[in-house]
Design a protein around this ligand. Structure first.
Ligand code: ZN
Length: 415
């Protein structure tokens, strides 16, 4: 197990040009006394869409760290991998997010299920843990029902962990288990039982990403009951603190919030909860930086603005195909998407205002923002035209990338 810092923040850099601008946000955070460590994450899905290889993420991170003489930690996360997809990530990642959502609801072997229920019979009862909104109640039915739903996923996590361990030949990596890309959220009593199962599998779990209630749409704010989110988040923290001692899980085990970026309305709840409890936090963002690239292009005017408009026009034309892989994590109303012919007439400031995530700005368009969020494939297909524009508009892009991470994300969470 590689030690993981208390506060870690995942950033995505789809075209591998923004690592330095991203790192600048963490350097600014250090100046404020906020000790947050960057984790560059990129999923297999993103690599396939962009046509990039996992070692490019490590190379970009190392170059940024060296150029800035960053003396603190950083990590490279093989995000949402499984046994079938982990191979190209093995040499270049020190953080693995084991996505076991596909195994949720699949039956575990009956013998293992019975053994699990028998072994954890002591969980049956009422748990009045410090920090819980209401005591957790686990009866036999809930214990068995949760095992029926999640034991196969825990077993899968164990297999994937041991596969990585054997392939890397040393335990010098961080292990996260993610269950967020599924239909139903996991409740705090379910989390307790899931943690028991992961401990049984001897997964040295350092972060866990449950699915929370509410909508975590890509690149836009949280949709749901913030009060309920906060109760659930704090209950999860209480369950984790208890599970660490009860099941001998790593002391640094913490929640990982797969935020889909930009969940501004729940940031105060998260901030207050980690402050009150002293808990650590991992929070993942990814696409927010790609959107700042488009904002920087548009802000630069001229050829940059033209490319931003061309990306929108193509994304609009291909929207069904682009949205399909992200259907569970976007809510786009096509009627609210402006026609490309209209957007082509916009001034730079209008395009920027529509895309930039300032929810109070009257020109902000959350539908357009979500479409562009999933539209990075269009930029990938532009090849050199897009990459060259990133170079020629570098100043505006870097300024937006750094500002976005520092002011809109790190400050509300850690400031
Ligand atoms: Zn996720």
């Amino acid at each position: 197990m590689k030690p993981l810092e208390k506060y870690t923040f995942g950033v995505g850099d789809r075209f591998a040009h923004q690592a330095s601008a991203q790192l600048d946000a963490f350097i600014q955070a250090r100046r404020q006394g906020w000790e947050v460590v960057p984790v560059w994450n990129k999923s297999n899905r993103e690599h396939l869409t962009v046509g990039s290889q996992p070692p490019s993420v490590l190379a970009a991170a190392q170059a940024a760290v060296k150029a800035a003489d960053w003396r603190h930690g950083f990590h490279v996360d093989a995000d949402h991998i499984g046994i079938a997809t982990v191979e190209p990530f093995l040499a270049c990642s020190d953080f693995f997010t084991l996505d076991v959502a596909d195994s949720i609801g699949k039956p575990a072997p009956a013998r293992e299920l019975d053994a699990f229920v028998a072994q954890h019979r002591s969980l049956i009862g009422t748990h009045a843990l410090p920090g819980l909104s209401t005591p957790l109640v686990v009866d036999e039915q809930r214990l068995r029902g949760t095992a029926e739903k999640y034991l196969a996923a825990a077993i899968r996590a164990g297999e994937t962990y041991r596969h990585i361990l054997a392939a890397k030949g040393a335990a010098e990596f961080v292990t996260e288990v993610s269950m967020d890309e599924t239909d139903a959220p996991q409740t705090p009593p379910e989390l307790l039982i899931i943690l028991a199962a992961l401990a049984d599998q001897q997964v040295p779990l350092q972060t866990i990403a449950p699915k929370f209630t509410g909508r975590f749409n890509k690149g836009v704010d949280y949709v749901g009951d913030v009060g309920q989110f906060e109760r659930e988040f704090r209950d999860d923290l209480a369950v984790i603190a208890h599970a660490v001692t009860r099941f001998q899980l790593p002391a640094e085990l913490k929640l990982s919030v797969h935020s889909g970026s930009d969940k501004f309305s729940i940031y105060p709840a998260i901030r207050n909860a980690i402050r009150d409890t002293g808990a650590g936090l991992h929070i993942k963002t990814a696409g927010t930086t790609w959107l700042e690239e488009v904002i920087g292009l548009a802000e630069s005017g001229g050829g940059g603005l033209e490319i931003a408009k061309a990306i929108y026009a193509q994304a609009h034309a291909k929207r069904e195909a682009l949205c399909e892989p992200y259907a569970a994590v976007i809510d786009i109303d096509p009627r609210r998407l402006p026609e490309p012919s209209e957007v082509n007439g916009w001034a730079s400031s209008h395009f920027v205002a529509a895309l930039r995530h300032e929810p109070s700005c009257p020109d902000f368009n959350a539908d357009l923002r979500q479409l562009l969020h999933v539209g990075y494939k269009v930029a990938a297909q532009m090849g050199n035209r897009y990459n060259d524009a990133l170079g020629s508009c570098r100043q505006a892009i870097s300024r937006n990338v750094t500002y976005n991470l520092f002011e809109r994300h790190l400050r509300p969470l850690f400031g």
